[in-house]
Design a protein around this ligand. Structure first.
Ligand code: CP
Ligand code: NVA
Length: 308
């Protein structure tokens, strides 16, 4: 059984294979209508359950479209409308769904829910975001970086803002794809130290630099994300904004990075909070390529999950 749970839990050669496969899948689409099927239909006669316990635009639509283009069918399920949201165990849900569908993608709160789903499902399970990580996003981001700037190995990636779930998957990817990673943000919002140590143990340079201007020096890629994630208490908004304002990605900050440094944001964005419009819509921004590449990267991930 091949689950796609996290970038640090997936073999390096398999990850590289998925990125190359995603590039080929994207090229093969070659400007066709979005509703037209691919030539290669690895999901033909397959049913995929897409479970959402949190809101989503990109993950929901890109998985749904991707499955259909690869010949399969989808069932989009909201956690609150399932018995899962009313006391049925994750294990029982996993066993039942495995009798009906060929693959499960889940977006949930606790990582434990994802892990329990994977433990008890007899079909592949894909992590569509938890409070702790967002691996499909970072696979799309690696694809995006390499399309614009070539191999990511040895490059410098700087994250400015909250040490959240999306950062965690960048830390996982740093070790696996071999790029250097600098985190700049307030100490109280630091990422889990273990994520950084794990990447360092794989031989890449991972740093925390409190001064955002210094952090972005020499950066090939600058990344940020919302200051208040879906799992954060709405009451924490003001405190988080006050802590994170100095780490806003704006023209002054980007001026310290390499002139051709790319800018990424997984979206959804809170415009002119974590990044200014001048950056979001500026010449170095690749935010909509990232969104498109969710489709191609996830098709490669689903294809990999089905290969034995
Ligand atoms: N980036 C991302 O996962 O977006 P959605 O929340 O819209 O799925
Ligand atoms: N960090 C954000 C990412 C959304 C795609 C969240 O978890 O809400």
């Amino acid at each position: 059984m091949k689950h796609f749970l996290d970038i640090n839990k997936t073999d390096v050669a398999d990850l590289r294979g998925m990125i190359e496969s995603a590039k080929a899948i994207k090229t093969a689409r070659n400007g066709r209508p979005k509703g037209a099927p691919d030539d290669d239909l690895p999901l033909k006669d397959h049913m995929v359950a897409l479970i959402f316990e949190k809101p989503s635009t990109r993950t929901r639509v890109s998985f749904d479209v991707g499955v259909r283009q690869m010949g399969g069918q989808t069932m989009v399920l909201s956690g609150s409308e399932m018995q899962l949201g009313h006391g049925e165990t994750v294990a029982d849900t996993a066993k039942v769904l495995s009798r009906y569908v060929d693959m499960i993608m889940i977006r949930t709160f606790e990582e434990a829910t994802l892990l329990e789903m994977a433990e008890y499902a007899t079909v592949p399970v894909i992590n569509g975001l938890t409070n702790r990580s967002h691996p499909c996003q970072i696979m799309a981001d690696i694809l995006t970086f390499e399309e614009h700037a070539g191999p990511i190995a040895g490059k410098k990636v700087v994250w400015s803002g909250d040490g959240n779930n999306v950062f965690a998957s960048f830390a996982h990817a740093a070790g696996q794809f071999g790029f250097d990673l600098t985190f700049t943000g307030p100490e109280v919002l630091d990422p889990e130290a273990g994520f950084l140590e794990e990447a360092r143990a794989k031989g890449v340079n991972v740093e925390i630099e409190r001064d955002p201007a210094k952090a972005v020096e020499g950066a090939d890629l600058v990344v940020t994300d919302t200051w208040v994630s879906m799992h954060d208490a709405p009451s924490a908004r003001e405190r988080r904004h006050n802590l994170l304002r100095p780490f806003q990605v704006n023209e002054e900050l980007m001026g310290n990075a390499k002139p051709d440094a790319l800018f990424m944001h997984c979206l959804p964005a809170h415009r002119n909070e974590e990044a200014t419009d001048a950056i979001m819509d500026g010449p170095n921004s690749v935010i909509f390529d990232e969104a498109e590449n969710r489709l191609h990267a996830q098709k490669a991930i689903m294809k990999w999950c089905l290969e034995n």
